[in-house]
Design a binder for this molecule. Structure first.
Ligand SMILES: [Zn+2]
Length: 165
């Protein structure tokens, strides 16, 4: 089959797609744009060298990232995929700030609720207040939050953990 239909790379480079062509598994003829963009940014011979230096089981991933990087470079000639990375890093730090603000608000609300709980009482009720403040500071409420957060990300889990310690 390969003899009759060259891979996208060989087609673009106008050469015979030999058996064992290094590009053939990753650049099928039905997706010519994929190789065209990688060739434009990195050059076919560089891509070929890069693939040759990698074990076969890593080549598909390398091609994916090369295609991604090449597309990013064409979209953004100045920053390429670094533009996307720093945009996402910015977002992460903004979200971390929002998270810290939200956690501070939760603490404030908890403290206000504690301050608002019913007041001058006899022994029994005092112990009740003690246990209800335990409830707010230690368990099980924050534990519930930690468990809930653990199911999403470490980002959320860590600050809460520190808080409860
Ligand atoms: Zn080929």
């Amino acid at each position: 089959m390969r003899g009759t239909s060259p891979c996208a790379s060989c087609k673009l480079l106008r050469r015979r797609c030999a058996k064992g062509c290094i590009f053939a598994p990753y650049f099928p003829s039905d997706d010519p744009q994929k190789f065209a963009i990688v060739h434009k940014v990195f050059g076919a011979s560089n891509v070929s060298k890069m693939l040759q230096e990698l074990p076969i089981h890593q080549r598909a991933d390398a091609v994916s990232s090369l295609v991604y990087e090449a597309n990013a470079r064409v979209r953004d000639p100045v920053y390429g995929c670094v533009g996307a990375i720093s945009y996402l890093e910015n977002q992460v730090s903004q979200l971390q700030m929002q998270l810290a603000v939200a956690q501070a608000e939760i603490l404030c609300i908890q403290m206000q609720q504690e301050a608002a709980t019913p007041t001058p009482l006899d022994q029994d009720d005092k112990s009740l207040i003690l246990s209800s403040s335990n409830f707010n500071i230690n368990s099980p409420h924050p534990q519930y939050l930690i468990n809930f957060a653990a199911s999403s990300t470490n980002l959320i889990q860590d600050p809460l953990k520190r808080e409860s310690l």
